[in-house]
Write a new protein. Structure first.
Length: 273
């Protein structure tokens, strides 16, 4: 049932949704999940699952009040004549529909389960740009794949991540491994909490694309003139598609065959100010 094979939805409680951030909940309802093709089926399963889990329903309604009427409608339309097996089927369907968000609630599994992490070699980052002595920002840092690699060479690395469970995971790693040059903080790519011209290098892995021009404008704002913007997605068990939209905006493409034998495309651009 899992799409990315990062998790087994059956192993997770529906209460995992209580660990999601507001923006994640909003995205989930806006898109009716995204690991499925049938919105009607998703809504039916969500209604059944929420009717059986009033605490999660309350959390969703109070975290994202703009979706409260839609949530109430889903629950009111859900069948009351369902047994425990049907409820659990509905729960696992919804968990699987946003399995990346659910994986983030247990970030300790990600190094083992996420192909773009365990299949990736940090030398790929080092080949893109000289990190020595630089001040670096990693946007959407996740569990820290890029940030902790960069910290081996950079003077300072700031790991910006909007998901609380991932921030705490990175902070625990910083503490347990006595890493002195990594700071973890909240922030999203279109609203970075830094002054202009703060960083020598601004990098990310799976963030650019929802609002590309606004995102590039913001990452360029916090990058110093002469510095570099980097998009380094990591290796995948499926081909990573090229991004002509970045080439059109002046980025340089770096191609390699990844550890799984699939195409990988990285991109970088020097900032001119």
């Amino acid at each position: 049932m899992s799409f990315l094979n990062w998790i087994k939805p059956e192993d997770y409680s529906f209460n995992s949704f209580l660990l999601l951030e507001r923006f994640q909940i909003a995205l989930m309802f806006e898109h009716c999940g995204w690991r499925n093709r049938d919105k009607v089926v998703w809504k039916d399963n969500m209604g059944i699952a929420l009717k059986a889990n009033p605490a999660v329903k309350w959390y969703f309604e109070n975290s994202c009040s703009e979706y409260a009427p839609a949530i109430a409608e889903l629950v009111n339309n859900a069948s009351a004549d369902v047994d425990a097996m049907r409820i659990r089927d509905a729960e696992t369907y919804i968990l699987a529909s946003v399995e990346d968000f659910i994986a983030y609630t247990t970030p300790e599994i990600m190094d083992e389960k996420c192909d773009f992490i365990y299949g990736w070699n940090k030398e790929r980052l080092f080949e893109l740009v000289d990190l020595g002595g630089k001040v670096v920002l990693d946007i959407g840092a996740g569990s820290g794949r890029l940030a902790f690699a960069a910290a081996q060479k950079a003077a300072w690395v700031y790991a910006s991540e909007p998901v609380g469970t991932l921030r705490e995971y990175m902070r625990d790693k910083v503490k347990s491994e006595s890493i002195k040059n990594v700071r973890v903080l909240d922030g999203i790519i279109t609203e970075l909490p830094f002054p202009d011209d703060t960083f020598d290098i601004v990098m990310c892995g799976h963030v650019l694309g929802d609002d590309l021009d606004a995102e590039i404008a913001e990452v360029s704002r916090v990058c110093r003139g002469g510095g570099y913007l980097i998009d380094c997605p990591g290796d995948s068990k499926v081909h990573i598609k090229p991004r002509p939209e970045l080439l059109e905006r002046g980025w340089e493409e770096v191609y390699y065959v990844g550890s799984f034998g699939k195409d990988v495309y990285c991109y970088l651009r020097q900032v001119e100010k």
